[in-house]
Design a protein around this ligand. Structure first.
Ligand code: S3P
Length: 173
């Protein structure tokens, strides 16, 4: 079974995914890092030189490759579930966990993050608030299709582990 961690940029997908994978002795893949390592380019460079459409195409290609594996936790990119048929692909291949976080918390985390993100580069504070509010609203349609929605602010890792184990028992994947 594969566990997909989805949610907006800055909601803690990689950190939480890594921690839970260690607790459960599962392999962990951060989709963005996996793309960067395999393409030998940063996400920023991919956006800048080849454009977002190309990024979304290779993002889906790598997702499809990873889906063939098993016993894996994947932290997706913030946009992954919202493009092509990725959400349906993920739901067919395992369980999807949405780390839900309010706009203000996302804003604070993104403004303190050292991780470069091409979609929010050069935005003023006002522009960033506006971007997060609007994009989160648009993406919620996809995120809310997740099997489990988790409060990313008050996260309890033991509970998360139990939820995954519960799904493992009942999942045929
Ligand atoms: C994106 C989120 C990023 C990365 C790319 C696009 C998005 O991942 O995939 O910059 O569309 O929200 P993180 O959510 O890990 O920052």
């Amino acid at each position: 079974m594969i566990v997909f961690i989805i949610g907006f940029m800055g909601s803690g997908k990689s950190t939480i995914g890594k921690k839970v994978s260690q607790m459960m002795n599962l392999n962990f893949v951060d989709l963005d890092k996996h793309i960067e390592n395999n393409e030998n380019k940063t996400i920023t460079a991919l956006f800048e030189y080849e454009g977002e459409d190309h990024f979304r195409t290779i993002e889906q290609n790598y997702l499809k490759e990873l889906i063939k594996k098993d016993n894996l936790i994947i932290a997706t990119g913030g946009g992954t579930p919202c493009y092509k048929n990725n959400m349906a692909l993920m739901k067919k291949s395992g369980i999807t966990l949405y780390l839900k976080m309010p706009v203000k918390a996302i804003f604070d985390r993104l403004t303190n993050s050292k991780n470069p993100r091409p979609l929010i580069r050069n935005k003023s504070k006002e522009e960033l608030t506006e971007y997060i509010t609007q994009t989160l609203e648009d993406r919620e349609v996809f995120y809310s299709q997740a099997n489990v929605i988790i409060d990313a602010i008050n996260i309890n890792l033991n509970l998360l582990q139990q939820i995954i184990e519960h799904h493992q028992i009942y999942s045929t994947k």
